[in-house]
Design a protein around this ligand. Structure first.
Ligand SMILES: *Cc1c(COP(=O)(O)O)cnc(C)c1O
Ligand code: SF4
Length: 354
């Protein structure tokens, strides 16, 4: 899951992540699971026992941003419920083709911050490395849904310029792997990248923003744990779950393996109408996350990407919900409510009194 912006290639339609070097028997199970992900709206409807006739928007955004749903994520959805909060995150809706003022193709792009190919240096002490455009799931609310990825192919075959930049700036303590989803890269490639980062003496932390342990728990296999949570750098995983049911098995088992490795686990969520915009769901998301060893990080207001207006929660309502979290939860279980404002030197906090 991306921290934020930009300049990333989406995997060409219908292809697998480009680092898929394995063939036949040696293909890791998680890559096989990814290959079996649902890629068309009819199959999604059929598997959930929904009548396509009652889903008029089934093809609305599909040509622009293809359906992609791993089967283990599908298994956590309720059958025959068109309002299921997990389904709503991946199901194309009629409203995706509506135009709304202020909802644009690329709401958060800031191309100026590109310090080297695939490297964004915007905030003090940390840089964002855009590693791949591929994701295991296609979330309908995602700001990436319409970005002209092909023009900004940052899928780095060669990380050398980015690594040289990091080497040269000793104020950088943390490298954030983003995308796309960095864990859609193969373990040999990731392990190689991590080794090269470890060789940069002033680096202390490696942060990975990913939705894979939640949506494709098969990803948390022995090969991953051969490098993740090991080595000189402190590893932080920022997960992305929007609804407490996303933590259910098999994700729970994957999270337990990560926790056992001593990796710092955080969660960021997007506030989404009809999915998590009520106090009970939001509280449960934090409490259930904590049961799995995860602390909340950010609660994002939606980026105003074209085709996502039906997910928007007003800022007024967001503040009310955030206050409800403060009232009900210990301080350490209250995520920071933020909005991405292009050009501002950090995520912009939103809370009552600011
Ligand atoms: C969000 C973001 C980060 C990380 O910011 P934190 O406040 O440390 O989570 C870093 N670089 C860019 C460009 C970002 O958008
Ligand atoms: S995992 Fe979903 S929200 Fe994250 S980048 Fe991919 S499509 Fe967007």
């Amino acid at each position: 899951m991306p921290t934020k912006p930009i300049m990333i290639t989406r995997t060409p339609r219908g292809t697998q992540p480009s680092d898929r070097t394995h063939t036949g028997d040696t293909t890791p199970a998680w890559q096989q699971a990814l290959a079996r992900a649902i890629r068309d709206p009819e199959t999604l409807a059929r598997e959930l026992e929904l009548d396509p006739a009652h889903l008029p928007g089934l093809h609305a955004g599909h040509t622009l941003f293809r359906v992609r749903v791993p089967r283990s994520y599908l298994a956590r959805m309720r059958k025959a419920d068109p309002q299921d909060p997990l389904l709503l995150q991946v199901l194309p809706q009629q409203q995706e083709s509506e135009e709304h003022p202020g909802f644009v193709a690329d709401p958060v792009g800031d191309h100026d911050a590109l310090a080297a190919p695939g490297l964004v240096h915007k905030y003090h002490g940390r840089v964002l490395l855009l590693t791949t455009g591929a994701c295991a799931v296609h979330c309908r609310y995602c700001f990436r849904r319409e970005f002209p990825y092909a023009e900004h192919n940052a899928s780095q075959e060669d990380w050398a310029p980015a690594l040289a930049y990091i080497h040269a700036d000793s104020s950088i303590r943390e490298v954030i792997l983003s995308g796309g989803d960095p864990l859609s890269l193969s373990d040999p490639r990731l392990a190689d990248l991590v080794r090269r980062l470890e060789a940069i003496p002033h680096l202390e932390r490696l942060r990975i923003h990913t939705r894979l342990p939640v949506v494709l728990p098969e990803r948390v296999d022995n090969q991953l744990l051969n490098w993740l949570g090991k080595g000189r750098l402190h590893h932080v995983l920022v997960l992305h779950a929007n609804h407490p049911r996303e933590f259910a098995d098999p994700a729970a088992a994957a999270l337990a393996r990560l926790r056992a490795r001593g990796i710092t686990l955080l969660n960021q969520a997007v506030l989404l109408a009809g999915i998590n915009d009520d106090p009970d769901t939001l509280c449960e998301l934090q409490e259930d996350g904590f049961r799995h060893g995860i602390l909340p990080y950010y609660l994002h207001l939606l980026d105003r990407t074209r085709g996502t207006a039906h997910f928007e929660v007003t800022e007024q309502r967001a503040l009310e919900l955030h206050q409800a979290l403060h009232a009900r939860l210990p301080g350490y279980l209250v995520p920071r409510l933020v909005r991405e404002v292009p050009g501002e030197p950090g995520k912009t906090p939103r809370w009552a009194g600011l």
